[in-house]
Design a protein. Structure first.
Length: 613
């Protein structure tokens, strides 16, 4: 009798454990979506053994297909949702004995108006690495059960404790600066044993990292942003996951990832994707090689992998009200998959904006990954890219190279003149630096005048400007290693000796750059020419580059002297754009000039003039 009782208790415990450990992805879904198909990936012990059957009794839901995997702990359930299906909870019965509950929520009626608004050239994005900006909730600095228990601000590759609450606490600072949108480095769970601070090795797609505050903290931050009319951009990683991801630790089957006889790294040679003479093995290594040993490469040609990734992107956009996506390592993905994913998102959320990281060399290469004007076999549908060309071959050479036929500011002119290859270059994201690049202030020799030139260019040129956290207070360092450009924002932690979030906490030089940024950024907010206008550029002469942004109601003239010494220019040369005006006012200094007189501009200066009469 005792043995029978013990057996019954064991069976009850085992069954209870199985119920507790059952996982379903997506965790819930939404009514009112254009795509009426939904694929549930269910993970539970032995759920796929034998001939699994699924039954659902809920109006408007039908089971289309049930799929097994080599690993019997997984099951895929394809559902069809009728247009009439209502929000609610329903039971999914498995094999007539086990079951789980699933929920459909109503699609938010504010999509496209107060949330999921998209971003465009009227925005100023501010890029933040959440672990390094501000610690708003010290209670989540270490989470029991997570593999990485480091918490040491003196080590650049350890966690520092920054979180989403810390960002929310400083929205006044960001809004005062002129920021309208936040792009955060990845916020999803990175339960990796080391280097978890950067966020690019997901271990659970449906869990915001608890050290950042978890799902609710993310909801809270986005609600606060949208309440201010600000926007949020999430960082997507489709190419790979962290080696501790549950889908890698417990594979549904081996075809979910790319495998090689020996570990094979990607070659990072994006040219193989467009090279008409490419060797097949070179193209395969580029796309299917692993980015690093700790990040397994996903096989996006696997239908279930593709569905998992696409459905997560759609789910996250609706769940959190995301306004845009930055797509990491875009060139390393299967590009046909990316077209499918982009289309799925835009079908559901027409105002959504997406831009891909394209750290490549050459406008031709970069434009290949975006909507372009090429008559070639592969046509990307990606709206925009991170414009590394205007960084590497634009603003940097303009400020650090001597003027020449193809050097100095002529390099920027030449790069911009190739914009004809894009379907819409104004959807590209321009920047001075980011979390992978050396800090701009260091790259220009810590020259404050050049820093002001760079910021003025960023806030007046075509495209969507992105400012990296701390650039406005002269944070510096070279990306050797990358942790040096990801240091903490001073004042973001209780007890910091300096608080750069305040005027009193910044020194004279820092306030000079902060104020310069703030004045131009806030002018930009209300400037139709800078947010919606066209651009016209004139060939640089003697190191002086002049470009215009204009609409029918406003014209802004930008005069950039990259020389060390003062230059005088004849403004009559620009009559094509100035003919209707007699005067101009510099936005920063508020100095007025007459357009019928020569203009003397000091060395290392970029003047931003609003034309008037």
């Amino acid at each position: 009798m005792k043995q029978k009782l013990l057996l019954i208790l064991v069976l009850i415990c085992v069954r209870g454990l199985a119920a507790d450990s059952l996982k379903v992805y997506p965790t819930h879904w939404f009514t009112g979506m254009k795509n009426k198909k939904l694929q549930l990936l269910v993970h539970a012990q032995a759920i796929g053994k034998g001939s699994p059957s699924v039954a659902i009794s809920y109006p408007g839901i039908s089971v289309a297909k049930v799929s097994k995997f080599a690993n019997s702990d997984y099951l895929a359930i394809d559902l069809v949702l009728a247009a009439t299906v209502k929000p609610g909870k329903f039971k999914v019965s498995l094999n007539g004995s086990n079951s789980f509950n699933y929920q459909l929520k109503a699609k938010n009626k504010e999509d496209g108006s107060k949330r999921v608004m998209g971003i465009n050239s009227s925005d100023l994005m501010y890029l933040i690495m959440p672990d390094r900006f501000s610690n708003g909730d010290p209670s989540n600095d270490k989470i029991v059960g997570y593999r990485d228990q480091t918490l040491n601000r003196s080590e650049i590759f350890h966690r520092h404790g920054g979180d989403l609450k810390g960002i929310e606490n400083h929205l006044d600072y960001l809004q005062d600066l002129g920021v309208t949108a936040l792009w955060l480095n990845p916020v999803l769970e990175n339960d990796m044993p080391e280097r978890s601070e950067h966020g690019y090795a997901f271990t659970d797609h449906y869990q915001v990292d608890k050290r950042l505050g978890g799902n609710q903290a993310y909801h809270n931050l986005i609600t606060a942003l949208h309440g201010r009319g600000m926007k949020i951009i999430q960082d997507a990683v489709y190419n790979h996951v962290g080696i501790e991801h549950h889908l890698f630790r417990e594979l549904p089957d081996s075809s979910w990832f790319h495998w090689w006889p020996q570990y094979t790294n990607t070659t990072y040679k994006d040219q193989t994707l467009m090279d008409p003479y490419v060797a097949a093995i070179d193209k395969k290594k580029m796309s299917d090689g692993w980015f690093v040993p700790s990040m397994p490469d996903l096989n996006q040609n696997n239908t279930y992998v593709a569905n998992f990734l696409i459905q997560h992107a759609v789910w996250a956009t609706e769940e959190y009200g995301l306004d845009g996506w930055r797509i990491d390592t875009y060139a390393y993905n299967d590009l046909e998959f990316m077209n499918r994913c982009n289309k799925a998102l835009l079908d559901e959320f027409p105002k959504l904006h997406m831009f891909g990281e394209t750290w490549v060399h050459g406008v031709t290469n970069q434009s290949f990954f975006a909507k372009n004007r090429y008559d070639i076999g592969f046509k990307s549908n990606l709206p925009g890219v991170t414009d590394f060309q205007l960084n590497l071959y634009g603003i940097l050479p303009a400020l650090i190279q001597a003027f020449g036929w193809t050097e100095g500011v002529n390099r920027m002119y030449l790069t911009a003149s190739n914009d004809f290859v894009y379907a819409d270059a104004f959807k590209n994201v321009i920047f001075l630096d980011n979390h992978d690049l050396s800090r701009f202030f260091s790259m220009i020799g810590e020259d404050r005048e050049k820093m002001k030139m760079g910021l003025a260019w960023l806030l007046t040129y075509r495209g969507i400007p992105q400012l990296y956290y701390g650039t406005e207070i002269l944070m510096k360092n070279y990306a050797n290693p990358d942790g040096l450009v990801r240091l903490d924002f001073p004042g973001g932690w209780e007890g910091d000796s300096e608080n750069k979030f305040t005027v009193a906490g910044r020194n004279q030089a820092e306030n000079e750059i902060f104020d310069h940024t703030k004045k131009l950024a806030n002018f930009r907010k209300t400037s139709p020419a800078l947010t919606k206008g066209k651009m016209m550029q004139f060939v640089p002469e003697d190191g002086v580059y002049v470009y215009f942004r204009y609409t029918g109601s406003q014209t802004v003239m930008c005069v950039m002297n990259t020389n060390e010494q003062e230059k005088t220019i004849d403004l009559k040369r620009f009559s094509e754009r100035t003919t209707s005006f007699t005067k101009a006012k510099d936005i920063v200094s508020e100095q007025a000039i007459n357009l019928d007189q020569p203009l003397s501009i000091a060395g290392k200066k970029l003047w931003v003039f609003e034309l008037n009469n």
